[in-house]
Write a new protein. Structure first.
Length: 100
């Protein structure tokens, strides 16, 4: 009975070690395959026409927004210059209207 217990314990340890080794191997293999699949899908998506069209649209929208912002900044500066000129306008420069 003691010999059977020792043999079963030894077999149990061998099975446990084999299970741990198998789990680690499967885990590493799965991680490697997942990384490959992710890289492949990412490359495929970045090369797709849908992605390129969407990116082009976003770039065009951003360029239009930058143009509008630039024009708006120029208009604000011009209005500010006009306001400054109006505040500094001397009353002796006023035109005198004479009715005939």
């Amino acid at each position: 009975m003691t010999v059977v217990t020792v043999v079963l314990t030894f077999i149990g340890l061998v099975v446990a070690l084999a299970a741990i080794w198998g789990w680690q191997t499967i885990s590493q293999g799965a991680a490697t395959e997942a990384a490959k699949a992710s890289a492949s899908q990412t490359d495929h998506h970045l090369q797709s026409d849908t992605f390129k069209a969407g990116l082009k649209l976003l770039i065009m929208e951003q360029m239009e927004n930058m143009k509008k912002s630039s024009v708006q900044d120029d208009v604000v500066v011009d209005v500010g210059a006009l306001e400054a000129a109006a505040l500094n306008f001397d009353s002796e420069h006023d035109e005198v209207w004479e009715d005939d």
